[in-house]
Ligand binder design. Structure first.
Ligand code: SF4
Length: 220
């Protein structure tokens, strides 16, 4: 539980950040405190900022309402940070949509000034911006990653629908640094992907399986 003292101290920190940065607006679909359900940080409490806008167009996308940035409000960094500071979150996950369609410089500068760890989940199809502590690359066939992102990838998470996705996953892994965590995740409505992944990971133990545990937990 956050105390009044915690809120006052957080507001003091906020007032000390460069005002120009705090005035920057982003198209935001939603922002909320929850549990990270996927990937290497599964189970960690995290504040999610889901930026609006996506030009990738995955047919199986489960957040199609994020695609059109114009139907979502533009929210200042200050407003997002005020909501964030009502929580004890130390990790902030910037997701989308495709979050790299917007310049993450001002937002990440402000988040770092508050001492937050910043994670991003991206298709990598737009240029990197901002200062990020953990980059999850989830490549999509519909608009492939830009080559310059691969050296920075902390976690490669490939969505699997069919067998050929496993070969495709290996092609992306070959372009990532050796430290990159390699994850396969079944598309939620494609249960036939699961036995394919199980067999693959047993034969290729450098890979792990990621599940959308937030859907089991019933949290957003
Ligand atoms: S990149 Fe993400 S948000 Fe965009 S269409 Fe694909 S799954 Fe949906």
């Amino acid at each position: 539980m956050i105390s009044q003292d915690d809120i006052s101290s957080a507001n003091t920190k906020l007032s000390q950040i460069d005002g120009i940065t705090l005035d920057t607006e982003y198209a935001v679909m939603e922002h909320f405190y929850t549990i990270q359900g996927e990937g290497a940080h599964t189970g960690s409490a995290a504040y999610f900022i889901r930026l609006a806008g996506c030009d990738v167009g995955c047919s199986w996308c489960d957040v199609k309402e994020s695609w059109d940035a114009d139907i979502h409000p533009r929210i200042t960094v200050q407003s997002m940070l005020e909501s964030l500071l009502e929580t004890p979150a130390s990790i902030v996950v910037i997701t989308g949509g495709e979050p790299l369609l917007q310049d993450l410089g001002p937002l990440t500068k402000a988040l770092h000034a508050l001492g937050k760890q910043i994670h991003i989940e991206t298709s990598g199809s737009s240029p990197l911006s901002g200062s990020l502590d953990w980059i999850t690359l989830s490549p999509k066939r519909f608009k492939p990653p830009l080559p310059e992102i691969y050296p920075y990838v902390d976690e490669l998470k490939v969505i699997v629908l069919r067998k050929k996705d496993l070969q495709w996953a290996q092609e992306h892994a070959a372009r990532c640094p050796s430290r990159t965590k390699l994850l396969l995740q079944p598309e939620w409505d494609t249960p036939q992907a699961m036995p394919l992944m199980v067999d693959f990971v047993k034969e290729n133990p450098q890979w792990k399986i990621s599940l959308q545990t937030h859907k089991f937990l019933g949290v957003p």
